[in-house]
Design a binder for this molecule. Structure first.
Ligand code: SF4
Length: 399
């Protein structure tokens, strides 16, 4: 068995009771069958408590005011404290915030953006993310019906996409546009069963000429603020339709949307897409105060790290649904929506935002979207609508 993980993976350490947004509140913790069997057999006071605090029919811990029944007033886990440490945990609690994607003979491990400590590690990382590989020859497996040819092409394409996204000699908008177009073109080959042609596609996208070509393409789309606002609105429409996991999500989302709309109306929308050199009413307002320009708050490096995070985690999952373009769109939408949530906060009060605002938006987004399989599937399906989320529509949000 092979393993891959980002280089910052080992730096993670849970801060337990000091966590600003513990993972033991706000969602249902599903218990795996082996742990359920273990809990059923437990004796003594802890065994009794487990009997009462598990919803056996649904296989999850009971919650009170959204908090796991075992989360005590110090934000520590009683199951851990009274059950002899980590061995008392179910699989979810033992693994989180590690996220594992499973492929034949390969496990790809990442840290979930929904944990504030992991989000801080991911978003404050200034260097380019590297991926570490390991192997355990004793653990081998074969999956029935695993499409190894498609998987190989997806892996090759993802390597090139990550290389493009991490090429800091170009602005992140241009890098993301090229990556999206590459996924689009690969999808076209998947759809017409022409994977043999994928290598020449990768060669084409490896050449330097792609930068000038896409630069010109993006330039032609400039000066379309109204269309840009409409595409962003459609993206927000998607998340308004998803299952809500936390009560605070909808008001947070609606407030952000209202602020962005109001900013559009006042024609301040263009400000945040402009380079640092341009002055605007909001930036002028920010001048002389402690406020940072938006481009210094939500930097190209942050956008890069978010894209690398989403692409690494999801792109190769296309081996199970043959939708590589959908996975890339999902990754891009994640970065863009987090950016817009941050932007709303910045417009509201540019002197009250910091890296913590970015981390907060990323954690909230991830908890709502990534922690529901149903939401991930629905989002990919909505993004499939090429009339609304075509290549050029999404390019508009990258200008
Ligand atoms: S969210 Fe992260 S840091 Fe907080 S308690 Fe959970 S694992 Fe620990």
């Amino acid at each position: 068995m092979q393993y891959t993980a980002p280089h910052y993976y080992r730096k993670f350490q849970c801060i337990g009771g000091d966590c600003p947004d513990t993972c033991c509140a706000g969602w249902q913790i599903q218990i795996d069958p082996a742990s359920l069997r273990k809990y059923r057999k437990m004796k003594g006071p802890l065994g009794n408590r487990l009997k009462n605090e598990i919803v056996w029919k649904e296989g999850c811990f009971r919650r009170y005011d959204g908090r796991c029944a075992f989360l005590n007033e110090n934000n520590l886990c009683d199951l851990y404290l009274e059950g002899g440490g980590e061995k008392a945990f179910c699989r979810t609690c033992r693994t989180y915030p590690r996220h594992i994607e499973e492929f034949e003979g390969l496990r790809e491990i990442s840290l979930s953006l929904s944990c504030p400590v992991a989000a801080s590690l991911i978003l404050s990382c200034q260097e380019k993310v590297r991926f570490l590989h390991g192997e355990n020859p004793d653990r081998d497996e074969t999956y029935e019906d695993f499409d190894f040819l498609l998987f190989t092409k997806l892996m090759d394409t993802r390597s090139l996409i990550l290389h493009i996204i991490q090429d800091r000699s170009h602005p992140i908008g241009l890098r993301a546009a090229v990556a999206l177009a590459l996924a689009h073109d690969l999808q076209e080959r998947i759809d017409r069963n022409a994977l043999f042609d994928a290598d020449s596609l990768l060669d084409r996208y490896s050449s330097d000429s792609k930068w000038t070509w896409f630069e010109k393409k993006l330039k032609k789309l400039e000066n379309s603020p109204a269309e840009k606002g409409a595409v962003r609105d459609h993206l927000f429409d998607i998340i308004e339709h998803l299952e809500v996991l936390r009560d605070s999500w909808k008001p947070y989302l609606r407030e952000a949307r209202t602020i962005l709309k109001r900013a559009d109306e006042k024609r301040t929308d263009e400000i945040c897409y402009e380079k640092n050199t341009a002055l605007s009413s909001v930036e002028e307002k920010a001048e002389g105060s402690d406020a940072v320009p938006f481009s210094e708050l939500f930097t190209d490096v942050i956008a890069e790290q978010l894209l690398v995070y989403f692409i690494f985690t999801y792109f190769c999952g296309a081996v199970y649904n043959e939708n590589a373009y959908g996975k890339m769109k999902f990754s891009l939408a994640g970065m863009l929506l987090i950016r817009e949530l941050v932007r709303a906060r910045w417009i509201q009060d540019p002197s009250a935002v910091s890296t913590d605002t970015v981390i907060d938006a990323a954690v909230r987004y991830s908890r709502e979207v990534e922690h529901s399989d149903e939401n991930k599937v629905m989002m990919e399906q909505f993004l499939d609508n090429e009339d609304v989320f075509g290549l050029e529509d999404l390019f508009l949000l990258l200008l």
